[in-house]
Design a binder for this molecule. Sequence first.
Ligand code: AMP
Ligand code: ZN
Length: 430
Amino acid sequence: MGNKFRFLPDISSDQLESIQLDGLKWTVKHAYTGSPAYREKLDRAGVEPGDIKELSHLEQLPFTTVEDLRLGYPFPLLSVDHEEIVRVHASSGTTGKRKILAYTKKDIDTWKNMMARCFELAGLTKKDRVQIAVGYGLWTAGAGFQLGCEHFGAMAVPLGPGNLDFQLRFLTDLQPTCLCSTASMALLLSEQVEKTGLKDKVKLKKLIFGSEPHTPKMRKKIEEALNLEESFDIPGMTENYGPGTGLECREHVGMHYWADVFILEIVDPETLKPVAPGETGEMVITTLCKEGVPLIRYRTRDLSRVLTDPCPCGLGLPRHDMILGRSDDMIIFRGVNIYPGQVAGVLEEFAEVSSEYQILLRREKGLDFLKISVERKASGSVDNDQVIAGLISERIRKKIMVRTELEIIDPGKLPRSMGKSKRVVDERNI
Ligand code: AMP
Ligand code: ZN
């Protein structure tokens, strides 16, 4: 049977292994010869390119961290001559100092193909119109979606984030069928569509959204308010080209990732040893054909797991679960480690509140306090707030083992974001 896709590869696991081994050998050699920083790291670890003979030798290679990128600022881990670089992008600075990544012509081509795969997997055709409401410029998001959309052959409407009136005008006038945005921006737009009563005039069918974690509640709210047929979570990070390192397929169980472009390992963030198949840990990435800044066992800090069973959609490319959050999102409160995602998980259980919450940490007289604000659902009643708040904080105490002050507030009261939402405000060291 021929491959029914134009961009998605039809590869068997044997073929994948051989592509990965060739790519791994190439990458180690390329980094070793092209980048003094990588050569020094590999020398220190006692590994030479010729040592890589099988895929399991990956584990002998040293990890690369965000610190390596910072040390080499502004051209960290550059492995080609400067004249080969055709573009740079910088990360949105989720954590700390901005990272600048350099791309060769081939890197841009690889990325464009990765993004085209995303549109194909989401079931778009050339007839689709794609409103791209993510950051343009230094950020990878806008450039990535646009490159991929044009390469795929659909019509790009490159709006960028912001300006809700403008977004709505284009949604109604140009009738885009697919929206690309962060989860927060999609929520904001869906609320705006509800407020302005434009639901019938908007013809969106699909949403491709990512850049930050979302909850099922948030997704449902967006899908309903925008009258969508489907939505697709998209993973990605500047270090690994940008958005579009994979995509949910139409089964919507985890995300297929492009294992012919990078190797994904899941390691225990403490021991740095691979976790058992299917267990959650830190995503570690090794690129297979990235020229400008190859990644060798790059510690992403993102937490997820590999889904081990074959996907019902039949695509041979492996899958990972949703990105649960980042290991550096962890809050330490009175000696207890908490991830914002755990709080979101508890809020998921209560139909009376919406997906929007914020965690506030304060210190008073040497003691830490944690307050969670969560919005009431539009259909809910203020009269029930006290009881619901009591039930939620009790559940948090049982599940996460911390005492919190819980406040239920009016819908729409928490700050909205056109990029990534800030779920935690830590005022303890101010
Ligand atoms: P950036 O600095 O803009 O490259 O952001 C990359 C980071 O955004 C990743 O390392 C993740 O922490 C987060 N991220 C990107 N896509 C997703 C997604 N689909 N779900 C959850 N987090 C995501
Ligand atoms: Zn699938």
